[in-house]
Design a protein around this ligand. Sequence first.
Ligand code: FUL
Length: 484
Amino acid sequence: MNILRPALLGLLTLLALASSAQDAPAPLPPLPTPHQVAWQQMETYAFIHFGPNTFTDREWGYGDAPASCFNPTHLDCEQWARTLKAAGMKGVILTAKHHDGFCLWPSKYTDYSVRNSPFRDGQGDVVAELAAACRKHGLKLGLYLSPWDRHQASYATPLYVEYYHAQLQELLTGYGPLFEIWFDGANGGDGYYGGARETRHIDKRTYYDFPRAHKLAFALQPQIIIFSDGGPGCRWVGNEQGHAAATNWSFLRQQEVYPGYEQHQELTTGHTDGNAWVPAECDVSIRPGWFYHQQEDQQVRTPDNLVDLYYQSVGRNATLLLNFPVDRNGLIHPTDSANAAAFHQRIARELGDNLLTRATIHASHQRGKAFPVSALADDDYDTYWATPDGVTSATLTFTFRRTQSVNRLLLQEYIPLGQRVAQFVVEYQSGRQWLPVDPREETTTIGYKRLLRFPTVRTRSLRVRFLESRGPICLSAAGLFFAL
Ligand code: FUL
């Protein structure tokens, strides 16, 4: 008996483990990688457009501006980093090379770089300075390497493809971990091309050999999120206005989407029946242009406008990639800094006090002890409330001790198990009636994060009725807030 006992205990433990593992809802593909989940949790990060265009007052350099025009006299990447931190940004993506082909790092494959500019007497490396500032200030670094290069004579020949891949390797090996690499979709057209000054066309589906570039990127930096119109890490949201659609699936039929994909609307909503996890990223500039133009100093987005963008991007299951055009001094302009910091403070204020921490939460369906409603307001993304297998509609009811003013709702699905909810409604109790709140947008998908703003209701009770889901509902977080 004594000999059998430990064996029996072991067996019981194994059985208990097996049954609690069985308890978790089965993952519902397509699924994110852990790196995609960590990336989505960054929520907001910055873009920096900087280069010869800053000095020539252009958006798309032709590729013929002399390297000597790049001359920021007070460049200070720590000023960028401090500004971005104050704006709540978790990382920053720099245009290491834009379409004009000029390299902000001293690439050994071209003369057209900082090496031949007056910046730090040709000894400078903007990518290295930004990487150091990011390390110091706790920001993640990402890089933009434009495939289209209007400077290189070899552009549109196989030689250029080798050049492009060699530069990619330089960036992937020289500057520490990168959280994202940006392959933009503008491709081919007229340019300087080493003096040829002509129009060149390439096949945007095949020319750059992106499968090989992806392989290289994953081999050198396994955590990297590859941005392009169709991913694979994340997708363009289909507009440069900073908003995802209210209905936003993190899925794409990946075999259909390629760089330069014309069906922009599909990228705004994702493909409901997509086979790959490719979440949306909303790239938008804090000014009308991507690059700095003095005449736009009065056109910086206001804190209010940035708050709207946040709700329409992060609040609709996307990330927000907010561009700051660095000026000719090599600094972020004070108006941009002030407005971005005020935006961040507003969001922190609006969503800082989750009223659900002081409410009772009741669920119409419970999966079991491991998936309690208390997981919804515990500030831990990795715990979640779930419904039993086969239950794809359910109601969560939130009740306060006293009447409350409420005008914001937060919902978050536990995306490591997939994106599931397809339709829900939000209602509040008024006397004996349940009336809908009015968010003025569809209440369909949730995904990693959904935020709704609605005119203030005063009530003791609100509920979310989940009407349609691809499988059992798995919700990490819920929140109710009253924003003044
Ligand atoms: C586009 C580019 O053509 C713009 O200049 C800018 O860099 C934007 C973010 O991506 O494809």
